[in-house]
Design a protein around this ligand. Structure first.
Ligand code: 13P
Length: 254
């Protein structure tokens, strides 16, 4: 089953006008130079930079995404951003249920599911994140936790065309620690099995499952060559265009 590798950068709460624009321009320039990348590139800057980054990416095959959205189209939700607003700003993707949102803002899988449904209705693709904490892994519960999060966070009518999953072990995010390739392979396979039960084998077989958590140029190859790993969701290393592009190059997808 062929699934186009997705190399996605989650800039998190980083980037002011000057450095954010420069980063986007550098990524765009590097991607423009590529003959025929076999992968899809995506950057997800903070809300404040969306329109500027969109302009900086002009003419380059790099998609634009946001890092969260509300489930409502508009209304009295101070500080929130709707899927329609993201679409209007030029986004084609939105990351949902990142562990930092689950922790910092108490987001539940049920809320993530509601947001994902609204994002799909607005024509956005979602990257739905799941992952266990260190204590859950040490207690042998990683598979159970990720499976539960998939069941509860992914809408019933999600398809491989509108949904991407990201497995991000919480303890691997920003720490330089990476699970063994055996552990990554095990969780990705379990996620695909769960997706098959929930959405049917056809959708599950075509749905991309990214790995995220301390992906760097030097570990990209071994992680991205695993059977069920269809790309990477990159935090820290996506803030340097050189490293972001090197991850795709070292993985052999561009
Ligand atoms: P790091 O690549 O900095 O570990 O972050 C991963 C992540 O959370 C991407 O969403």
């Amino acid at each position: 089953m062929s699934r186009k590798t997705l190399i996605a950068g989650n800039w998190k709460m980083n980037g002011l006008l000057t450095d954010g624009t420069a980063l986007a321009k550098d990524v765009a320039a590097a991607v423009r130079k590529m003959e025929k990348p076999e992968c899809e590139f995506l950057v997800c800057p903070p809300f404040t930079l969306l329109t500027t980054v969109k302009k900086a990416l002009r003419g380059a095959k790099v998609a634009l995404g946001a890092q969260d959205c509300h489930f409502a189209e508009k209304g009295a939700h101070t500080g929130d951003i709707s899927p329609q607003m993201l679409k209007d700003a030029g986004c084609s993707y939105v990351i949902l249920g990142h562990s930092e949102r689950r922790t910092d803002h108490g987001e539940t899988s049920e809320l993530v599911c509601k947001k994902a449904g609204a994002a799909h209705d607005a024509g956005l693709k979602t990257i739905i994140c799941v992952g266990e904490t260190l204590s859950e892994r040490e207690a042998g519960k990683a598979l159970d936790v990720c499976t539960r999060q998939i069941i509860d966070s992914v809408p019933e009518n999600a398809t491989s065309a509108d949904t991407v999953i990201a497995y991000e072990p919480v303890w691997a995010i920003g720490t330089g620690k990476v699970p063994t390739t055996g552990d990554v392979a095990e969780v990705h396979a379990a996620i695909r099995k769960t997706l098959a039960k929930k959405l049917g084998k056809g959708n599950a077989g075509k749905m991309r499952i990214l790995y995220g958590g301390s992906v760097k140029p030097n570990n990209a190859k071994e992680l991205l060559s695993l059977e069920d790993v269809d790309g990477a969701l990159i935090g820290g290393a996506s803030l340097k265009a050189e490293d972001f592009i090197a991850i795709a190059k070292n993985a052999g997808v561009c």
